[in-house]
Write a protein that binds this ligand. Structure first.
Ligand SMILES: CC(C)(COP(=O)(O)OP(=O)(O)OC[C@H]1O[C@@H](n2cnc3c(N)ncnc32)[C@H](O)[C@@H]1OP(=O)(O)O)[C@@H](O)C(=O)NCCC(=O)NCCS
Length: 167
């Protein structure tokens, strides 16, 4: 299945369209993709994810995992699962990453659009210093809800970003 590049979500959020000439495909990952997803995850976030990767962390949480491909080559992943935001049902993005050679090609946008196509508001934590990711989320219409002080193990703050903004 190929996710369209711009998906009006049933949650009322409309992502920005991007033109990619059909080179990028985002599809739900299946169990046999777990090796490639884990490799992408480790390349983006470090080898600690080998032990604490998405498949183990999301066990039993009804996780949704998408794989992004450029011309058929695996290039990015996204994992999300149901987790309330301020007491309301929502989808939480537990991880999204694109391999360096494939960045700035619209794959991150397509992966996020796959989540927006689900029928829930979407939210996530992002490092306050991660300007690339923050720019991506802002461009897609997500807003900062609050700052989580010392959220990460190194003491760095996280921004909680969510859509729809007015919710
Ligand atoms: C954040 C990340 C997923 C973006 O993926 P991507 O495929 O490069 O994103 P896109 O090509 O769809 O970019 C869409 C928009 O995001 C913003 N953006 C992406 N990379 C950026 C960068 N390095 N600097 C500034 N803005 C950036 C831009 O607004 C861009 O639109 P533009 O190309 O018209 O300028 C990717 O940089 C990544 O994997 N980073 C490492 C892992 C990570 O930090 N994940 C997020 C954890 S919360």
């Amino acid at each position: 299945m190929t996710i369209p590049l711009s998906v009006p979500s049933r949650a009322g959020h409309i992502a920005q369209p991007v033109a990619l000439d059909g080179r990028v495909c985002v599809r739900p990952a299946v169990w046999r993709d777990r090796g490639v997803v884990r490799r992408i995850e480790c390349a983006c976030f470090g080898r600690a994810r080998l032990l604490f990767g998405l498949w183990s962390r999301t066990d039993g949480r009804d996780a949704m995992v998408w794989l992004g491909e450029m011309d058929g080559t695996p290039a990015g992943y996204l994992v999300a699962y149901k987790k309330d935001l301020d007491g309301r049902p929502a989808l939480y993005v537990g991880g999204v990453g694109v391999l360096k050679p494939f960045r700035k090609s619209g794959i991150g946008t397509c992966l996020m659009n796959a989540v927006f196509a689900e029928q829930y508001p979407v939210w996530l934590h992002v490092r306050a210093s991660n300007m690339a990711a923050i720019a991506l989320y802002r461009k897609l219409g997500m807003c900062e809800r609050r700052r989580a002080t010392g959220f990460y193990t190194n003491g760095e703050d996280a921004l909680v970003m969510a859509t729809p903004c007015e919710g």
